[in-house]
Design a protein around this ligand. Sequence first.
Ligand code: ADP
Ligand code: MG
Length: 249
Amino acid sequence: MLEVEGLGIRFGGNHAVQNVTANIKPGKITAIIGPNGAGKSTFFNLISGFYQPTTGRIRFQGQDITRLPTHDVVARGIARTFQTTTIYKELTVLENAMIGHRVRTRAGLWDALLKTGREKRDGGGSRDGGMAALERVGLAPQANLLAGALTQEGQKRVGIAMALSSDPKLLLLDEPAAGMNPEETVNLMALIRELVVGGLTVALVEHKMSLVMGLADEILVMHHGQKIAEGTPAQVSRDPAVIEAYLGS
Ligand code: ADP
Ligand code: MG
């Protein structure tokens, strides 16, 4: 579904991502793991068009998307969440989902903020798109609550709904379980599995290897900007290079 070849980016002399080749398969959960600073978030920033790569190519569903701006990448069917929550706490859960829909389908954030209030009253495509996304993450009953009133887990779900509101084929989640307790984490994993059963392809970044062992179909391990291993959870967890990277971190 997503083919990455020789992907790299440098910040000054720092090779944040270097010569990464990867293949994300449709209908699967792929985890990108590695110690802090390994280049995982940067890898997502490259795929989603937030950063322009210095080297390499990215193909999505057979088409080159290497230097497309973010809104074009979204329009092709790739959406993402961010490592730090980026929801609007003063707006309702539904308004957040609607902003996600607008930002991802139209001109930009300001347009989205201005028009969302009016559409919420008058109906329209963004409202339907927003509600559909909330249903997928189990937040439809909370649609009219302020997003800031939700738990940490609820706010994470709002972030996922914002991404889902563009109806992506591939969803990129950057450390979705960060800050969650074990029970919330289990719930989140169940949600991710449900989304995949519903036809979505998911790639997620996580620095704790244990969290993705029971979830991922495929794991890609990064260290110092490079891919050091890939395979099933069983394969990577006994890979000497992976064990060393984690022990040394
Ligand atoms: P991870 O998500 O695996 O913890 P990151 O992708 O955030 O790691 O960071 C990888 C490396 O790239 C780090 O050394 C980080 O400081 C550097 N980096 C990331 N983004 C930038 C940026 N915009 N400018 C300069 N350096 C950056
Ligand atoms: Mg990161």
